[in-house]
Design a protein around this ligand. Sequence first.
Ligand code: ADP
Ligand code: MG
Length: 356
Amino acid sequence: MTERLAQPADWLLEVNNLSCGYGEGSVVKDVSFALSHGDIGCLLGPSGCGKSTILRALAGFLPINTGEIRLQSNSISLPGRTLAPEKRRIGMVFQDYALFPHLTIAENVGFGLRHENRAEKRQKVMELLQLVHLQDLAEHYPHELSGGQQQRVALARALAPEPTLILLDEPFSNLDADLRRRLSLDVREILKTLGISAILVTHDQQEAFAMCDQVAVLKDGGIQQWDVPYNLYHEPANRFVASFVGQGGFIPGKALGPDTIESELGVIHGNRAYRWEPGTLVDVLIRPDDIVYDAESDLKPRVVEKTFAGTSTLYRFRCSEDTEFEALFRSHLDFYLGEHVPVRVEADHLIAFERI
Ligand code: ADP
Ligand code: MG
């Protein structure tokens, strides 16, 4: 593994055993993670799992029930003690841009600059607009800009007061897929150039992986895994992470040894050893790219679903009622519904969990 998580001395942000919510009880439960200087972290999870609630606590809009939030080693939130949002040096960017409609782009960006004189302010605003490639639109109004441009203005506005940390709450979800991908890479580059740390909230795994150094996968207000993207995909900590991150599903199997499982797809060998006893019943993760076409194979599951996607086709195969899985083939491998197709498992990353 070449990637590594940062060492404690590098931490910019530390979230320890955080619980918070609205009224009685907590929506976010016992959440802990830490972000090092210059890194971009992500809170990834399905809608309603508590991502925005964590951001509100980080920004200082929501008091916390347990734990502590520290920024640059200073405590900014404790139960009963919440440093005011404007004292935190944390910038925010929201899904709906939230620009002031009656102010020009330059005025929007300069809005939070209170201590600079006119000339300084103007220079700083123009530098920021240059950074987000909008210098030519300085005197325009928000309604004259596209969604992607407005979001870049929102980013420039959040960056203007030179925050220590930027929080981005689903900033690209109002944009179409292409623009989203481009803008997420642009924003990553801007943040990296400035060396500003950020936390991105998203339910989109592609976006999380493209933009972030470390990702927290959340479910029901709790962190399931905090890790680099590679590990989330190849070494998911549990079933939820395995199914939420990447495609795939589980088939039943039985352990023959620490790295070998017997299933209806035959004997599957992996490159990692588990601690289970031989005979343990397990669920094995099969991702669509783990299955290859092999004319010589005796394994011939039946096609039960077929989704054509241009360069590739996603097939759903069935061996028996318990064993169904998906496979992604290049689209010149064309099979009909009900056809029995010879295939083989080719998974070096054997991921399986003991059946409960
Ligand atoms: P996410 O951002 O992951 O979609 P949220 O953090 O917005 O989720 O919401 C988490 C939970 O808290 C949800 O069940 C939601 O209904 C609840 N919630 C969010 N905002 C409020 C609020 N202002 N008052 C009461 N409950 C809220
Ligand atoms: Mg949200």
